[in-house]
Design a protein around this ligand. Structure first.
Ligand SMILES: [Zn+2]
Length: 353
């Protein structure tokens, strides 16, 4: 039996995993919003590699291969099924390269293969479920061949799809993380409660169970408290950095109440006009600190994440990461700094401005 490197690290302390590649690559101009297919690993591998490096610099211990939506069904939707395997292998190779390239003297990071919500899974429909099983199996196979150290299954809103994903992941013997994403009805779409789903995932052998995506800190945290109490295994918490609320638990239906003169042409804030709902870095830091205090060691940020927020997660739980060199230093600000070299007329002006 090979050692479980993920569990070893989690038993000792926090493990940080940057997610949210979809939104960040789209913001950088290398992906079509709405369609959301990760062609970047083939079209602009250098862009993806660099984003991984930035997240790693900011403290991510896991380099998750960007294969989200890179599954057979999505490739059929865009009519490029022949690129499915090259896309997956390229994303995995890039992630592996970055994971092995950590600063001198530090241990390599963990490269994670990834499968996610298929969006064709249908409750009580063996035909669709068989198809999803095939999609997961081929992607996990490529992840193993490209040297994945662990596997992440994420963003599942059907409990049974998550169970199926875990069953396939477990066959490899690699460490597994399975995080789910309940929609606005606050339970899984096939009726199971969030906590029961996590308990069952633990029984099925996941090393980490928990939540990712769809929910911001305010509507994810209450579930995390219950999950932490209900399971013995490690728990994962990767919210979106948006201000969801009890009335609007997920980012799919957040209304823009700012009387925006330029609403999105598609009539909703998701996914391209969520900006006014963005959490500041301190809110994300507080979330991570509170989650860590609960005993949650697997932490990160999902859609909306950027390297600045990942550094905030790391520093809020007491870690120093390479990007800490450039952490906030208001001391030397030209108007608000306390440094003696700052001219008095400027700090006095700053007090008023
Ligand atoms: Zn996400």
């Amino acid at each position: 039996m090979s050692t479980n490197k993920l569990k070893e690290r989690l038993d000792k302390g926090p493990v940080i995993c940057a997610e949210g590649f979809l939104f960040e690559i789209e913001r950088r101009g290398y992906m079509s919003s709405g369609e959301f297919v990760p062609m970047v690993s083939l079209d602009h591998p250098e862009v993806l590699e660099n984003l991984h490096r930035e997240f790693q610099h900011a403290g991510s211990d896991v380099v998750e291969a960007f294969t989200y939506n890179g599954h057979r069904e999505k490739m059929r939707v865009i009519g490029k099924e022949e690129l499915l395997e090259p896309l997956n292998r390229s994303a995995l190779k890039i992630a592996k390269k970055v994971a092995l390239d950590t600063p001198k003297g530090s241990k390599p990071n963990l490269m994670a293969g990834n499968i996610s919500n298929s969006n064709i899974w249908k409750h009580n429909d063996p035909q669709s479920q068989k198809e999803v099983e095939g999609m997961f199996t081929e992607m996990i196979g490529w992840a193993v061949e490209e040297g994945a150290d662990m596997l992440i299954g994420e963003t599942f809103y059907y409990a049974e799809e998550a169970f199926k994903a875990l069953e396939i992941m477990k066959k490899t013997g690699l460490p597994t993380v399975l995080t789910i994403s309940p929609m606005g009805e606050n339970k899984m779409r096939d009726g199971k409660s969030v906590v029961d789903t996590c308990k069952e995932l633990e029984q099925l052998g996941a090393d980490v169970v928990g939540l990712n995506c769809f929910r911001g800190p305010a509507t994810m945290f209450p579930f995390l408290k219950e999950i932490r109490k209900a399971v013995k295994c490690h728990v994962g918490a990767l919210p979106i950095p948006y201000r969801t609320s009890e009335d609007y638990p997920t980012f799919f239906n957040l209304p823009d109440r700012s009387n925006c003169a330029c609403p999105s042409p598609h009539g909703r804030t998701f996914p391209t006009a969520l900006d006014p709902h963005f959490c500041n870095r301190y809110e994300i830091g507080k979330f991570a600190k509170d989650a860590y205090a609960l005993g949650i060691n697997y932490l990160g940020v999902c859609c909306g994440a950027n390297p600045m927020l990942i550094r905030e997660v790391a520093e809020s739980i007491g870690l120093t990461v390479p990007a800490s060199k450039y952490r906030e230093n208001m001391e030397n600000h030209f108007m608000y700094g306390k440094n003696k070299r700052i001219p008095k007329h400027m700090t006095e002006y700053g007090d008023k401005a």
